[in-house]
Design a protein. Structure first.
Length: 132
């Protein structure tokens, strides 16, 4: 999971770097945070817990980071639409389908992306690999 998410972030970084005349980390991370992602980076189990609470009228999104809440609302909308098509399907199966769908963005703050990319670059350097 972590390796796949990092690979998706590296893909987004390479796309940003290729289209930039000069690389400004702050700007690249901000742009990356808004880029489409290959999937929702949350486990199907966690997504089903949050969606289940939303379906019961509870609000588990209070106190959550706004981007995280936005992601769960998007998952909830997709699950309810899928549930209308397949009313007998189990919620956890619907959530598993939805979280593997392409996401409109990473739902990560630029600062978090910056930290993750710095850690990745450091690990690549320590392993003797070139980052790009």
């Amino acid at each position: 999971y972590a390796a796949a998410r990092m690979a998706d972030l590296v893909r987004a970084y390479k796309e940003c770097a290729a289209s930039a005349s000069r690389i400004v980390t702050k700007d690249v991370c901000r742009h990356m945070s808004e880029m489409p992602s290959k999937r929702f980076w949350v486990s199907p189990i966690r997504a089903s817990v949050v969606v289940s609470l939303l379906l019961r009228g509870n609000d588990p999104l209070k106190g959550m980071h706004p981007l995280r809440g936005e992601m769960y609302r998007d998952i909830y909308r997709r699950v309810t639409a899928l549930r209308n098509e397949h009313p007998t399907a189990q919620l956890r199966k619907l959530c598993a389908i939805v979280v593997r769908q392409p996401a409109p963005k990473f739902y990560l703050p630029p600062k978090s992306i910056n930290v993750m990319m710095c850690n990745y670059k450091r690990s690549q350097k320590e392993a003797g690999w070139m980052f790009l």
